[in-house]
Design a binder for this molecule. Structure first.
Ligand code: UDX
Length: 457
């Protein structure tokens, strides 16, 4: 009698870092892998939790974080991540063990996909004999510098010293010391320790998934693959897979952004947003406001509540500031960014150079003005302006309205801006074609799916 072998459905357990710039790519990745036939479970911390009702095909499990009120904040992301790597070990292990032992008869939990910054998850996965892949949500280029931190410390580039900021880092051209992926903090040791653990536990993983494409970051991808000796899967841009993505926004997306854009001429609007973490001083906020006002271009500006030191929202703006512009400026607390960048009215993006924002801008062929705040953003900004040449960077330490106005004009009205726009349109074509059959990301996704199947046996 012929024996019917039952084919088990494979379930993946995903574990995102509870920050917007990490939740978005993780849920996009979940959607991509679901479309490839995997069942998806998300374990998430009960802080900045994604909304399960937006993702009815996935199963969600919440675990406690045990952070004090003072610790449960994104104001000091490094401290937050450090605490979570300690506090979450037990609840995560319990939850994952339960998921493995309670798996349905026709299913098996075959692999964990964790954010690379959750380094503790490698030891947990090892103890449960579960393979672990990591997702790294930044550029490969910026991550590629992390393994060299011991060398950079030895050579005195790190910790940052004001007197050396303009010095070239000869090991990583065209970066200068000020472009290194670090943060200006009083005690950087905690940061170096976090990075060192993230690198070693990435090396110990079964592979890295990147929201990038090979043509954009080949040198960095090759160098990381060589140093870490693990499989690499650059399968981005995640959000362009032509799948039905649901929003994973933690803040309400203000749809007036789109209705206002509908009233503006094509390629005329500068979109301004500094992501989910960056905080500005009141002086910087006012320089931005006046720079935008004096540029004479229409602007859509995201001012996240609490993103200006000492203010709830727009209080520092002079009375009647927006009204006096006669509708040329529109300010919202949070925008549907991907939709905004794809709108015909958008002519440029003034960004903090977060990796998601950078990829989203490239994918819509929108040239950038870069003003990075910290870590990977410094490297991304330098590559956007000096290597890929699809944007310009505001490099002066002090933001000044005259320079802002000049940059906007350069990018939106001058010949140099036209050339930048042309280059970014070419990069956009490249980003889209690598997802098509035979394209690099298409092939890497196939090999990722095969790799996961092989881990499951
Ligand atoms: C930070 C890092 O800088 C980034 O490089 C890293 O990969 C994740 O952590 P963040 O400051 O959140 O990220 O910036 P970014 O990576 O650009 O992500 C922001 C996300 O929020 C994007 O997907 C963007 O589309 C979304 N967003 C932003 C909105 O939906 N609406 C907004 O108004 C602003």
């Amino acid at each position: 009698m012929e024996q019917q072998q039952q084919i088990k459905r494979l379930r993946l357990v995903l574990f995102p870092l509870p920050l917007q710039g990490h939740i978005n790519p993780m849920l996009e990745l979940a959607t991509i892998l679901y479309s490839k036939g995997f069942s998806i479970t998300l374990i998430h911390i009960n802080f900045n939790s994604p909304n399960p009702s937006n993702h009815p095909h996935f199963t969600f499990h919440s675990i406690p974080h045990s952070l004090s009120e003072a610790e449960a904040t994104t104001k000091d992301a490094i401290s937050l991540i450090t605490h979570l790597n300690i506090n979450c070990v037990e609840p995560f292990k319990e939850c994952l063990a339960r998921l493995i032992s309670n798996a349905l008869d026709n299913e098996s939990v075959c692999c964990l996909i964790a954010d690379a910054m959750f380094h503790f998850t490698q030891a947990v996965a090892d103890s449960l004999k579960l393979p672990r892949l990591v997702i790294r949500t930044t550029s490969a280029t910026s991550f590629g510098i992390f393994p060299a931190f011991p060398l950079l410390l030895q050579k005195g580039y790190l910790p940052l010293q004001v007197s050396r900021l303009e010095e070239p880092v000869v090991e990583f051209p065209p970066l200068k010391v000020k472009d290194l992926p670090v943060m200006n903090m009083r005690n950087p040791e905690k940061f170096y320790e976090l990075i060192s653990r993230a690198v070693s536990e990435t090396k110990a993983s079964s592979g890295v998934i990147w929201n990038t494409f090979e043509e954009l970051e080949q040198p960095a991808l090759d160098s990381i693959a060589k140093q870490l000796s693990i499989p690499m899967f650059p399968i981005g841009p995640f959000h362009k897979y032509n799948l039905a993505y649901s929003s994973s926004s933690l803040l309400v997306e203000d749809q007036s952004s789109i209705s206002w854009l509908n009233t503006q001429p094509p390629n005329s609007v500068i979109y301004v947003s500094f992501g989910s973490l960056a905080v500005l001083s009141e002086a910087e906020f006012l320089e931005i406001a006046w720079g935008l006002a004096n540029s004479d271009q229409p602007f859509l500006w995201v001012v996240r509540p609490g993103s200006v030191h000492g203010s709830e929202w727009l209080e520092p703006l002079p009375n009647g500031f927006l009204e006096n512009l006669g509708g040329r400026g529109h300010v919202v607390k949070w925008a549907p960014q991907q939709q905004v960048l794809g709108h015909l009215a958008i002519g440029a993006f003034w960004t903090h150079s977060g990796w998601n924002s950078t990829m989203e801008s490239i994918c819509e062929g929108v040239p950038m003005i870069c003003r990075p705040s910290f870590i990977d953003q410094n490297v991304n900004a330098k590559y956007v302006s000096n290597v890929w040449k699809v944007g310009v960077q505001l490099e002066n330490e002090i933001l000044e309205r005259g320079e802002i106005k000049r940059m906007i004009i350069k990018l939106m009205r001058e010949k140099e801006g036209e050339e930048i726009r042309y280059r970014v349109s070419k990069l956009k074509d490249m980003a889209i074609s690598c997802l098509k059959q035979g394209g690099s990301s298409y092939k890497y996704l196939e090999s990722l799916v095969n790799h996961i199947h092989s881990l499951g046996h």
